[in-house]
Design a protein. Structure first.
Length: 362
């Protein structure tokens, strides 16, 4: 299973440029609405210094980073929830993601038209969020009607679900995102099959340029995000795309000349990983060091299944070494001698950075 982060926004805000920079790919870029109709999907490695440090000790034949999938979803417009601009198709694409990267235009450029002829981050965000809210409201309404007609549904389960859906619908009526509604874990589980768009964790990507107006727009966006408790990552999509097309030496020279400390893209990848609430565990050997992404709170048997279904079917136990212990003692043998290797069962909760060796029998 891939962990997908959808890139959304109005047309012409720089989504496809950002996607190309993230994936070093060649998806279409053009100055007209709906340039991207079918979503492009790119698998992006998650930067992690730990895998580099482990590699220095082991010198494996192969290194495999953890990854997330970024999905470049076509620009949404006002009325998308009613089908405007192929809106229903685009909203459906967002449903298939676990998190959202909302690109907001924070730059002026006479060569790049704005679909509503004015650069205004607040209005742009309101348009997108309103469409997501209306889509969720429609899902609520239809789900309640379907449940009321079902005669073979457990009555108590039906009443519980309708109660939670009504709670959501009343919140959405006020044009409020469901992420601002207090829902406990049980309530979230009850409605999880609805895949509500406004419940998905979101980060804002401020697409900026070197002009002064960008700083003003960025400040405005940060104020909006603060109210939602969301992250904001400023990035110049065009600059980042130019940088990733350079070879390593050219890139270093350019970044040094313009005092660019690090690629903004890496922040997006890391924050995407963070808002998806993922952690990383490692399998370490001479043949391969592999970083695996799993949801925070996963057990050892769930982690085993991530690697291969045989690992979980024939699970016996998991050998756990902490990353820092491996770095300190420089070998598995020494870690064991120091009593720092633990044997755990199937219910052990994997911690970020665990080095795991699964023992199984099939």
């Amino acid at each position: 299973m891939g962990f997908k982060c959808g890139i959304i926004g109005l047309p012409n805000v720089g989504k496809s440029t950002l996607f190309n920079a993230l994936t070093k790919g060649n998806s279409a870029i053009a100055n007209f609405p709906f340039c991207t109709i079918n979503p492009n999907i790119g698998i992006v490695s998650v930067p992690d210094v730990r895998i580099d440090e482990l590699s220095k000790i082991i010198s494996p034949k192969k290194i495999v980073n953890a990854y997330i999938e970024f999905v470049d979803i076509a620009g949404l417009v006002k009325g998308a929830s009613k089908g405007e601009g192929l809106g229903n198709q685009f909203l459906s694409n967002i449903k298939d993601t676990q998190a959202i990267a909302h690109v907001v235009r924070c730059f002026k450029d006479d060569n790049v038209s704005h679909i509503y002829n004015k650069i205004n981050p607040k209005n742009d965000i309101d348009i997108i969020n309103s469409e997501l809210i209306l889509s969720d409201f429609d899902i609520c309404e239809k789900s309640i009607l379907r449940l009321q007609k079902k005669s073979n549904y457990n009555i108590q389960d039906k009443e519980k679900k309708i109660f939670v859906l009504n709670k959501c619908m009343n919140h959405l009526k006020n044009l409020l995102m469901l992420k601002t509604l207090k829902l406990d874990l049980i309530e979230k589980k009850i409605i999880s099959d609805c895949r509500f768009l406004t419940l998905k964790p979101t980060m804002y990507i401020a697409n900026i340029n070197e002009n002064k107006e960008s700083l003003h727009f960025l400040k405005e966006l940060k104020q909006i995000a603060k109210k939602e408790n969301s992250l904001v990552i400023p990035i110049s999509s065009n600059l980042e795309l130019d940088l990733v097309k350079m070879n390593n030496d050219e890139q270093k020279d350019f970044m040094k000349a313009f005092n660019i400390q690090k690629l903004g893209l890496n922040k997006i990848i890391k924050y995407g990983y963070k808002i998806l609430d993922l952690i990383t565990f490692f399998t370490v050997g001479i043949k391969e060091i592999h970083a695996w992404s799993i949801p925070n709170g996963s057990t050892s048997i769930q982690a085993a299944h991530k690697i291969h279904s045989d690992f979980s079917k024939g699970f016996i136990r998991a050998q756990i070494i902490k990353y820092l212990d491996f770095i300190q003692y420089q070998s598995e043998t020494k870690v064991k001698e120091m009593g720092k290797c633990k044997i755990e069962g199937k219910d052990y909760q994997i911690k970020d950075g665990d080095i795991v060796n699964f023992l199984f029998n099939v």
